[in-house]
Design a protein around this ligand. Structure first.
Ligand code: AMP
Ligand code: MG
Length: 413
Protein backbone atom coordinates (compact mmCIF):
# COMPACT_ATOMS: atom_id res chain seq x y z
CA UNK A 1 0.00 0.00 0.00
CA UNK A 2 2.77 2.33 1.04
CA UNK A 3 4.70 1.32 -2.09
CA UNK A 4 1.69 1.93 -4.34
CA UNK A 5 1.37 5.46 -3.00
CA UNK A 6 5.06 6.17 -3.05
CA UNK A 7 5.73 4.45 -6.38
CA UNK A 8 8.55 2.12 -7.32
CA UNK A 9 12.19 3.01 -6.96
CA UNK A 10 14.10 2.95 -10.21
CA UNK A 11 15.59 -0.44 -9.36
CA UNK A 12 12.16 -1.92 -8.58
CA UNK A 13 10.63 -0.40 -11.71
CA UNK A 14 13.46 -1.57 -13.92
CA UNK A 15 13.34 -5.13 -12.57
CA UNK A 16 9.55 -5.38 -13.03
CA UNK A 17 9.62 -3.86 -16.47
CA UNK A 18 12.49 -5.91 -17.86
CA UNK A 19 11.07 -9.14 -16.42
CA UNK A 20 7.93 -8.57 -18.46
CA UNK A 21 9.81 -8.17 -21.76
CA UNK A 22 11.49 -10.51 -24.23
CA UNK A 23 13.17 -10.01 -27.61
CA UNK A 24 10.95 -9.30 -30.61
CA UNK A 25 10.73 -12.24 -33.04
CA UNK A 26 12.13 -10.55 -36.19
CA UNK A 27 15.64 -11.16 -37.58
CA UNK A 28 17.51 -9.32 -40.35
CA UNK A 29 20.51 -10.35 -42.42
CA UNK A 30 22.49 -7.17 -42.41
CA UNK A 31 25.45 -6.25 -44.65
CA UNK A 32 28.34 -6.18 -42.22
CA UNK A 33 29.23 -2.55 -42.96
CA UNK A 34 25.70 -1.50 -41.88
CA UNK A 35 25.65 -3.63 -38.73
CA UNK A 36 27.36 -1.30 -36.26
CA UNK A 37 24.98 -0.76 -33.33
CA UNK A 38 22.85 -3.80 -34.23
CA UNK A 39 22.43 -6.75 -31.84
CA UNK A 40 23.63 -10.16 -32.99
CA UNK A 41 21.06 -12.93 -33.31
CA UNK A 42 23.68 -15.51 -34.40
CA UNK A 43 27.32 -15.63 -33.31
CA UNK A 44 30.12 -14.41 -35.59
CA UNK A 45 33.14 -16.71 -36.00
CA UNK A 46 36.29 -16.52 -38.09
CA UNK A 47 35.94 -18.78 -41.14
CA UNK A 48 39.74 -19.21 -41.34
CA UNK A 49 42.98 -18.18 -39.67
CA UNK A 50 43.82 -14.48 -39.97
CA UNK A 51 46.22 -13.32 -41.32
CA UNK A 52 46.66 -16.99 -42.40
CA UNK A 53 50.41 -16.70 -43.00
CA UNK A 54 53.46 -15.67 -41.04
CA UNK A 55 53.68 -11.94 -41.64
CA UNK A 56 56.51 -9.53 -40.96
CA UNK A 57 55.74 -6.76 -38.47
CA UNK A 58 58.78 -4.70 -39.55
CA UNK A 59 60.52 -3.42 -42.62
CA UNK A 60 63.84 -5.28 -42.72
CA UNK A 61 65.27 -8.64 -43.70
CA UNK A 62 63.94 -12.18 -43.22
CA UNK A 63 66.60 -14.72 -42.27
CA UNK A 64 67.42 -17.72 -40.10
CA UNK A 65 68.24 -16.62 -36.55
CA UNK A 66 71.18 -19.10 -36.49
CA UNK A 67 72.73 -17.21 -39.42
CA UNK A 68 72.41 -13.92 -37.61
CA UNK A 69 75.77 -13.60 -35.87
CA UNK A 70 76.76 -9.94 -35.70
CA UNK A 71 79.23 -9.04 -38.43
CA UNK A 72 78.37 -11.99 -40.70
CA UNK A 73 77.54 -11.04 -44.27
CA UNK A 74 74.34 -12.52 -45.80
CA UNK A 75 73.48 -12.16 -49.48
CA UNK A 76 70.02 -10.71 -50.18
CA UNK A 77 68.29 -13.27 -52.41
CA UNK A 78 65.14 -11.30 -53.25
CA UNK A 79 62.21 -9.37 -51.85
CA UNK A 80 58.89 -10.10 -50.12
CA UNK A 81 56.54 -7.10 -50.16
CA UNK A 82 52.99 -6.83 -48.75
CA UNK A 83 50.75 -8.64 -51.21
CA UNK A 84 53.76 -9.78 -53.32
CA UNK A 85 55.44 -12.76 -51.59
CA UNK A 86 58.99 -13.89 -52.37
CA UNK A 87 57.44 -17.26 -53.20
CA UNK A 88 60.41 -19.56 -52.59
CA UNK A 89 62.00 -21.02 -49.46
CA UNK A 90 64.90 -19.06 -48.01
CA UNK A 91 68.17 -21.02 -48.20
CA UNK A 92 70.58 -21.26 -45.24
CA UNK A 93 72.94 -18.30 -45.19
CA UNK A 94 70.57 -16.03 -47.19
CA UNK A 95 68.48 -12.99 -46.34
CA UNK A 96 65.33 -11.73 -48.09
CA UNK A 97 64.35 -8.07 -48.12
CA UNK A 98 60.94 -7.84 -46.43
CA UNK A 99 58.30 -5.20 -45.63
CA UNK A 100 55.59 -4.93 -42.96
CA UNK A 101 52.66 -7.23 -43.69
CA UNK A 102 54.61 -9.36 -46.22
CA UNK A 103 54.83 -13.17 -46.07
CA UNK A 104 57.89 -14.41 -44.21
CA UNK A 105 59.41 -17.00 -46.58
CA UNK A 106 59.57 -20.65 -45.49
CA UNK A 107 62.94 -21.38 -43.95
CA UNK A 108 63.21 -17.92 -42.32
CA UNK A 109 62.46 -17.73 -38.60
CA UNK A 110 63.25 -14.09 -37.80
CA UNK A 111 63.09 -10.60 -39.23
CA UNK A 112 65.96 -8.18 -38.62
CA UNK A 113 64.58 -4.61 -38.62
CA UNK A 114 66.40 -2.49 -41.17
CA UNK A 115 67.59 -0.17 -38.38
CA UNK A 116 69.68 -3.11 -37.04
CA UNK A 117 71.22 -3.99 -40.40
CA UNK A 118 74.00 -2.56 -42.53
CA UNK A 119 73.47 -2.85 -46.25
CA UNK A 120 76.81 -3.63 -48.00
CA UNK A 121 77.44 -1.28 -50.91
CA UNK A 122 78.74 -2.47 -54.28
CA UNK A 123 78.24 -5.92 -55.75
CA UNK A 124 74.73 -5.05 -57.08
CA UNK A 125 72.48 -6.75 -58.23
CA UNK A 126 73.43 -9.09 -55.36
CA UNK A 127 73.54 -6.85 -52.28
CA UNK A 128 74.39 -8.28 -48.92
CA UNK A 129 73.73 -7.28 -45.32
CA UNK A 130 75.58 -7.55 -42.07
CA UNK A 131 73.76 -7.51 -38.75
CA UNK A 132 74.56 -4.96 -36.11
CA UNK A 133 72.90 -6.69 -33.16
CA UNK A 134 71.75 -10.11 -31.97
CA UNK A 135 68.74 -11.88 -33.52
CA UNK A 136 66.19 -13.98 -31.61
CA UNK A 137 64.17 -16.77 -33.24
CA UNK A 138 60.63 -15.58 -33.99
CA UNK A 139 61.37 -11.89 -33.68
CA UNK A 140 59.10 -9.48 -35.59
CA UNK A 141 57.01 -12.30 -37.04
CA UNK A 142 53.22 -12.27 -36.56
CA UNK A 143 51.67 -15.70 -36.08
CA UNK A 144 49.27 -16.89 -38.83
CA UNK A 145 46.53 -16.86 -36.14
CA UNK A 146 47.45 -13.59 -34.48
CA UNK A 147 44.09 -11.94 -35.26
CA UNK A 148 41.96 -15.11 -35.24
CA UNK A 149 42.22 -18.89 -35.29
CA UNK A 150 39.87 -20.86 -37.59
CA UNK A 151 36.42 -20.95 -35.94
CA UNK A 152 37.41 -18.46 -33.23
CA UNK A 153 34.34 -16.63 -31.86
CA UNK A 154 34.38 -12.96 -32.86
CA UNK A 155 31.10 -11.80 -31.29
CA UNK A 156 28.27 -13.53 -29.45
CA UNK A 157 24.47 -13.49 -29.52
CA UNK A 158 23.08 -10.48 -27.69
CA UNK A 159 26.20 -8.41 -28.32
CA UNK A 160 25.74 -4.96 -29.82
CA UNK A 161 28.29 -4.61 -32.59
CA UNK A 162 30.83 -1.81 -32.21
CA UNK A 163 32.91 -0.30 -35.01
CA UNK A 164 35.79 -2.51 -33.87
CA UNK A 165 33.64 -5.68 -33.87
CA UNK A 166 32.62 -4.89 -37.45
CA UNK A 167 36.18 -4.10 -38.54
CA UNK A 168 37.56 -7.33 -37.04
CA UNK A 169 34.79 -9.44 -38.61
CA UNK A 170 35.41 -7.73 -41.97
CA UNK A 171 39.13 -8.47 -41.61
CA UNK A 172 38.23 -12.11 -41.07
CA UNK A 173 36.34 -12.14 -44.38
CA UNK A 174 32.74 -11.93 -43.13
CA UNK A 175 30.23 -9.99 -45.23
CA UNK A 176 26.93 -10.19 -43.31
CA UNK A 177 25.60 -10.47 -39.76
CA UNK A 178 22.34 -11.97 -38.50
CA UNK A 179 20.81 -9.37 -36.22
CA UNK A 180 17.61 -8.90 -34.23
CA UNK A 181 14.93 -6.65 -35.67
CA UNK A 182 14.79 -3.25 -34.09
CA UNK A 183 11.67 -2.20 -32.21
CA UNK A 184 9.57 0.29 -34.20
CA UNK A 185 8.70 3.23 -31.99
CA UNK A 186 5.86 5.76 -32.22
CA UNK A 187 5.71 9.04 -30.31
CA UNK A 188 2.65 10.80 -28.97
CA UNK A 189 3.25 14.27 -27.58
CA UNK A 190 0.28 15.34 -25.47
CA UNK A 191 -0.68 18.67 -23.93
CA UNK A 192 -3.13 21.39 -25.01
CA UNK A 193 -0.47 24.03 -24.30
CA UNK A 194 2.01 22.61 -26.83
CA UNK A 195 2.81 23.79 -30.32
CA UNK A 196 5.22 21.97 -32.60
CA UNK A 197 8.31 23.90 -33.71
CA UNK A 198 7.52 26.59 -36.25
CA UNK A 199 3.89 27.00 -35.18
CA UNK A 200 2.92 30.41 -33.76
CA UNK A 201 2.26 30.67 -30.03
CA UNK A 202 -1.06 31.80 -28.53
CA UNK A 203 -1.10 33.12 -24.93
CA UNK A 204 -0.21 30.36 -22.48
CA UNK A 205 1.18 28.01 -25.10
CA UNK A 206 4.78 26.79 -25.41
CA UNK A 207 6.83 25.07 -28.03
CA UNK A 208 7.29 21.33 -27.72
CA UNK A 209 10.71 20.12 -26.63
CA UNK A 210 9.90 16.47 -25.80
CA UNK A 211 9.17 15.65 -29.43
CA UNK A 212 12.63 16.62 -30.68
CA UNK A 213 14.25 15.27 -27.51
CA UNK A 214 12.81 11.76 -27.85
CA UNK A 215 13.17 11.67 -31.61
CA UNK A 216 16.87 12.49 -31.32
CA UNK A 217 17.53 10.13 -28.39
CA UNK A 218 15.92 7.34 -30.40
CA UNK A 219 17.89 8.31 -33.48
CA UNK A 220 21.07 8.14 -31.41
CA UNK A 221 20.14 4.58 -30.42
CA UNK A 222 19.44 3.73 -34.07
CA UNK A 223 15.77 3.05 -33.32
CA UNK A 224 13.35 3.84 -36.17
CA UNK A 225 10.48 6.20 -35.35
CA UNK A 226 7.46 5.07 -37.38
CA UNK A 227 4.91 7.67 -36.31
CA UNK A 228 4.61 10.98 -34.46
CA UNK A 229 1.56 12.93 -33.36
CA UNK A 230 0.76 15.96 -31.25
CA UNK A 231 -2.60 15.80 -29.46
CA UNK A 232 -4.50 18.08 -27.04
CA UNK A 233 -5.62 16.94 -23.59
CA UNK A 234 -8.82 15.64 -25.14
CA UNK A 235 -9.80 12.06 -24.25
CA UNK A 236 -11.44 11.23 -27.60
CA UNK A 237 -8.59 12.55 -29.71
CA UNK A 238 -6.08 10.91 -27.38
CA UNK A 239 -7.84 7.57 -27.64
CA UNK A 240 -7.83 7.69 -31.46
CA UNK A 241 -4.15 8.65 -31.58
CA UNK A 242 -3.12 6.02 -29.01
CA UNK A 243 -4.86 3.18 -30.86
CA UNK A 244 -3.61 4.32 -34.26
CA UNK A 245 0.02 4.64 -33.14
CA UNK A 246 0.00 1.45 -31.01
CA UNK A 247 -1.33 -0.47 -34.02
CA UNK A 248 1.66 0.38 -36.15
CA UNK A 249 4.49 0.18 -33.59
CA UNK A 250 6.19 -2.22 -31.18
CA UNK A 251 6.69 0.53 -28.63
CA UNK A 252 4.50 3.58 -28.10
CA UNK A 253 5.90 6.43 -26.04
CA UNK A 254 3.77 9.34 -24.91
CA UNK A 255 4.73 12.40 -22.91
CA UNK A 256 2.53 14.50 -20.63
CA UNK A 257 -0.89 13.96 -19.12
CA UNK A 258 0.13 10.94 -17.04
CA UNK A 259 -0.17 12.54 -13.60
CA UNK A 260 -3.25 13.01 -11.42
CA UNK A 261 -4.67 16.29 -12.74
CA UNK A 262 -8.12 16.61 -14.29
CA UNK A 263 -6.51 16.97 -17.71
CA UNK A 264 -4.29 13.91 -17.27
CA UNK A 265 -6.09 11.32 -19.41
CA UNK A 266 -3.26 9.03 -20.46
CA UNK A 267 -3.26 6.59 -17.54
CA UNK A 268 -7.05 6.05 -17.43
CA UNK A 269 -6.95 5.50 -21.20
CA UNK A 270 -4.17 2.94 -20.85
CA UNK A 271 -6.24 1.12 -18.22
CA UNK A 272 -9.28 1.14 -20.48
CA UNK A 273 -7.65 0.39 -23.85
CA UNK A 274 -4.89 -1.95 -22.68
CA UNK A 275 -3.23 -2.99 -19.42
CA UNK A 276 -1.40 -0.86 -16.92
CA UNK A 277 1.62 -2.74 -15.57
CA UNK A 278 2.59 -0.10 -13.03
CA UNK A 279 2.42 3.59 -12.45
CA UNK A 280 4.44 6.14 -10.54
CA UNK A 281 8.10 6.26 -9.56
CA UNK A 282 9.81 7.10 -6.31
CA UNK A 283 12.21 9.35 -8.17
CA UNK A 284 13.04 12.97 -8.88
CA UNK A 285 12.82 13.91 -11.68
CA UNK A 286 10.23 11.51 -13.06
CA UNK A 287 7.44 10.67 -10.63
CA UNK A 288 4.56 10.41 -13.13
CA UNK A 289 5.46 7.44 -15.32
CA UNK A 290 3.19 4.64 -16.50
CA UNK A 291 3.89 1.48 -18.45
CA UNK A 292 1.81 -1.37 -19.78
CA UNK A 293 0.59 -2.76 -23.08
CA UNK A 294 -1.86 -1.51 -25.66
CA UNK A 295 -2.94 -3.07 -28.97
CA UNK A 296 0.11 -5.35 -29.07
CA UNK A 297 2.57 -2.54 -28.31
CA UNK A 298 4.53 -1.88 -25.13
CA UNK A 299 3.39 1.49 -23.83
CA UNK A 300 5.40 4.07 -21.92
CA UNK A 301 3.70 7.17 -20.57
CA UNK A 302 6.48 9.60 -19.73
CA UNK A 303 6.06 12.78 -17.70
CA UNK A 304 5.61 16.05 -19.56
CA UNK A 305 8.45 17.91 -17.86
CA UNK A 306 11.30 17.61 -20.34
CA UNK A 307 14.04 16.56 -17.86
CA UNK A 308 11.69 13.98 -16.33
CA UNK A 309 10.89 12.68 -19.81
CA UNK A 310 14.60 12.46 -20.66
CA UNK A 311 15.57 10.79 -17.38
CA UNK A 312 12.77 8.20 -17.41
CA UNK A 313 13.54 7.51 -21.07
CA UNK A 314 17.21 6.87 -20.29
CA UNK A 315 16.58 4.88 -17.09
CA UNK A 316 13.63 2.73 -18.15
CA UNK A 317 12.71 3.01 -21.84
CA UNK A 318 16.27 2.59 -23.08
CA UNK A 319 16.89 -0.72 -21.22
CA UNK A 320 13.45 -1.93 -22.33
CA UNK A 321 14.35 -1.18 -25.96
CA UNK A 322 17.60 -3.08 -25.45
CA UNK A 323 15.75 -6.18 -24.22
CA UNK A 324 13.24 -5.98 -27.10
CA UNK A 325 16.22 -5.80 -29.46
CA UNK A 326 17.73 -9.00 -28.02
CA UNK A 327 20.52 -7.29 -26.07
CA UNK A 328 21.42 -7.63 -22.45
CA UNK A 329 20.59 -4.22 -20.94
CA UNK A 330 23.80 -2.35 -20.30
CA UNK A 331 23.79 -0.50 -16.99
CA UNK A 332 25.26 2.94 -17.14
CA UNK A 333 28.94 3.01 -16.27
CA UNK A 334 29.16 4.45 -12.73
CA UNK A 335 31.95 6.13 -10.87
CA UNK A 336 32.61 7.72 -7.51
CA UNK A 337 33.01 11.47 -7.73
CA UNK A 338 33.53 14.25 -5.22
CA UNK A 339 31.27 17.26 -5.16
CA UNK A 340 32.99 20.46 -6.25
CA UNK A 341 30.35 22.63 -4.57
CA UNK A 342 27.94 22.01 -1.67
CA UNK A 343 24.48 20.76 -2.52
CA UNK A 344 21.24 21.46 -0.67
CA UNK A 345 17.93 19.86 -1.54
CA UNK A 346 14.59 18.95 -0.07
CA UNK A 347 14.37 15.37 1.13
CA UNK A 348 11.59 13.12 0.00
CA UNK A 349 12.51 11.21 -3.14
CA UNK A 350 15.77 9.74 -4.43
CA UNK A 351 17.16 12.23 -6.93
CA UNK A 352 19.34 12.11 -10.02
CA UNK A 353 21.20 15.39 -10.06
CA UNK A 354 22.60 16.61 -13.34
CA UNK A 355 26.29 17.57 -13.08
CA UNK A 356 29.36 18.23 -15.13
CA UNK A 357 32.48 16.14 -14.76
CA UNK A 358 35.82 17.79 -14.10
CA UNK A 359 39.05 16.95 -12.35
CA UNK A 360 40.77 18.14 -9.18
CA UNK A 361 44.49 18.98 -9.08
CA UNK A 362 45.37 15.33 -8.42
CA UNK A 363 43.33 14.18 -11.41
CA UNK A 364 40.43 12.79 -9.35
CA UNK A 365 36.91 13.13 -10.77
CA UNK A 366 34.97 16.14 -9.54
CA UNK A 367 31.27 16.87 -10.08
CA UNK A 368 29.75 20.34 -10.45
CA UNK A 369 25.93 20.34 -10.40
CA UNK A 370 24.32 22.11 -13.39
CA UNK A 371 22.50 24.81 -11.39
CA UNK A 372 18.74 24.86 -10.75
CA UNK A 373 17.57 21.24 -10.86
CA UNK A 374 13.96 21.99 -11.84
CA UNK A 375 12.57 19.13 -13.90
CA UNK A 376 11.15 21.64 -16.36
CA UNK A 377 14.59 23.12 -17.03
CA UNK A 378 16.38 21.33 -19.85
CA UNK A 379 19.35 23.62 -19.23
CA UNK A 380 20.10 21.42 -16.20
CA UNK A 381 20.65 18.45 -18.51
CA UNK A 382 22.42 20.41 -21.22
CA UNK A 383 26.12 19.64 -21.10
CA UNK A 384 25.63 17.24 -18.17
CA UNK A 385 28.12 14.38 -18.04
CA UNK A 386 26.79 12.80 -14.86
CA UNK A 387 23.65 11.92 -12.95
CA UNK A 388 24.55 12.03 -9.27
CA UNK A 389 22.64 9.43 -7.23
CA UNK A 390 21.29 11.01 -4.07
CA UNK A 391 19.07 8.99 -1.73
CA UNK A 392 15.67 10.04 -0.41
CA UNK A 393 16.73 11.22 3.04
CA UNK A 394 19.80 13.29 2.09
CA UNK A 395 19.26 17.04 2.35
CA UNK A 396 22.74 18.55 2.51
CA UNK A 397 25.93 17.40 0.86
CA UNK A 398 29.05 19.42 1.68
CA UNK A 399 31.70 20.14 -0.95
CA UNK A 400 34.23 17.30 -1.16
CA UNK A 401 31.81 14.53 -0.21
CA UNK A 402 31.90 11.41 -2.40
CA UNK A 403 28.78 10.37 -4.32
CA UNK A 404 28.08 7.68 -6.90
CA UNK A 405 27.32 8.96 -10.38
CA UNK A 406 26.10 7.52 -13.64
CA UNK A 407 28.28 8.50 -16.57
CA UNK A 408 26.07 9.82 -19.36
CA UNK A 409 28.63 9.98 -22.12
CA UNK A 410 28.70 6.84 -24.18
CA UNK A 411 31.78 4.90 -25.23
CA UNK A 412 33.58 6.16 -28.31
CA UNK A 413 34.12 2.92 -30.27
P1 AMP B 1 2.29 17.20 -17.53
O1 AMP B 1 3.14 16.00 -17.33
O2 AMP B 1 1.39 17.10 -18.71
O3 AMP B 1 1.57 17.58 -16.28
O4 AMP B 1 3.28 18.39 -17.86
C1 AMP B 1 4.22 18.85 -16.91
C2 AMP B 1 4.91 20.11 -17.39
O5 AMP B 1 5.66 19.79 -18.54
C3 AMP B 1 3.98 21.22 -17.83
O6 AMP B 1 4.56 22.44 -17.42
C4 AMP B 1 3.94 21.13 -19.32
O7 AMP B 1 3.64 22.34 -19.95
C5 AMP B 1 5.33 20.66 -19.64
N1 AMP B 1 5.37 19.89 -20.86
C6 AMP B 1 4.57 18.85 -21.16
N2 AMP B 1 4.86 18.37 -22.35
C7 AMP B 1 5.88 19.12 -22.85
C8 AMP B 1 6.60 19.12 -24.08
N3 AMP B 1 6.34 18.22 -25.02
N4 AMP B 1 7.57 20.03 -24.25
C9 AMP B 1 7.83 20.94 -23.27
N5 AMP B 1 7.17 20.98 -22.12
C10 AMP B 1 6.20 20.09 -21.90
MG1 MG C 1 -0.24 18.31 -19.21
Amino acid sequence: MEEAKRGYTLEEARARLLDALSPLPGRDTCPLHQSRGRVLAAPLAAPRAVPGFRASSMDGYALRAVDGQPGRSLPVAGCSAAGAPYGRPLQPGQAVRIFTGAVVPDGADAVAPQEDVRLMQGDLPDPAITLEGPIHPGQWIRSPQEEAAPGEPLASVGQRLSSVDVARAAGCGLRTAQVYARPRVALLITGSELRPAGHPLAPGTIHDSNGPLLLLLLEQLGIPVVGREWVDDDPQRLERALLKLAGRSDVLISTGGVSVGDEDHVRPLLERLGTLQFWRLFLKPGRPFATGTMAGARFFGLPGNPVSAAVTFLQLVRPALQVLEGATPEPWPRLRVRLATPLRRRSGRPELIRARLGMDQQGNPLATPCGNQSSGRLASLQGADLLLEVDASTTALPAGVAVMAQLLRLPVL
